[in-house]
Design a protein. Structure first.
Length: 169
């Protein structure tokens, strides 16, 4: 199965196709930042005076440190959401969740919130960092598609798709 996308915006119109969402802007910024970190550490390493105080090994270690830090920055490209009839698989920067539709009460995209949250039947909130406000229309379309799937697959548990920008009260 492949995810249905129209002009890069995910939709959930076909009942058999999964919804796959990844943040856009955060991924671009993270890749650019990682490149800058490696470049800065490489310039610093090459500017070290060899044979006076530092050795070639120190230069290689400095570049290696830049690569390790860049890998840490690239952790921000990790968020993803995969939703289908069986449930949701959410991967955030650190950790992830696999949830059946029955435990999701509402999809929330509150005003000012940086990303979508899922309200669970036990009153917990689960962040979905894959749908970020910084992605603007893409994020709104993804939240609406996720709500449509909740309405389709979560109604047996009394799920209520919350409105975009709805107040938590």
């Amino acid at each position: 199965m492949t995810a249905r996308r129209i002009a890069g915006v995910p939709t959930a119109t076909d009942r058999t196709e999964p919804l796959i969402v990844r943040p856009r802007r955060a991924r671009v910024v993270a890749w650019m930042a990682a490149g800058v970190v490696v470049a800065i550490f490489t310039v610093i390493a090459l500017s070290l005076k060899v044979e006076e105080v530092f050795r070639v090994g120190d230069q290689v270690a400095m570049i290696g440190l830049g690569v390790v830090l860049a890998a840490g920055v690239l952790a921000f490209t990790r968020p993803a959401l995969h939703a289908d009839a069986s449930g949701l698989r959410i991967r955030n920067v650190i950790g992830g969740y696999e949830l059946p539709w029955e435990v999701v009460r509402a999809v929330r995209f509150d005003r000012g919130a940086p990303w979508v949250s899922l309200e669970l039947v036990n009153d917990d909130l689960v962040a979905v960092m894959a749908i970020q406000r910084a992605d603007k229309e893409h994020a709104v379309a993804a939240a609406r598609a996720l709500r449509a799937m909740l309405g389709r697959y979560g109604q047996a548990a009394g799920a209520r798709p919350a409105e975009v920008g709805a107040d938590p009260s």
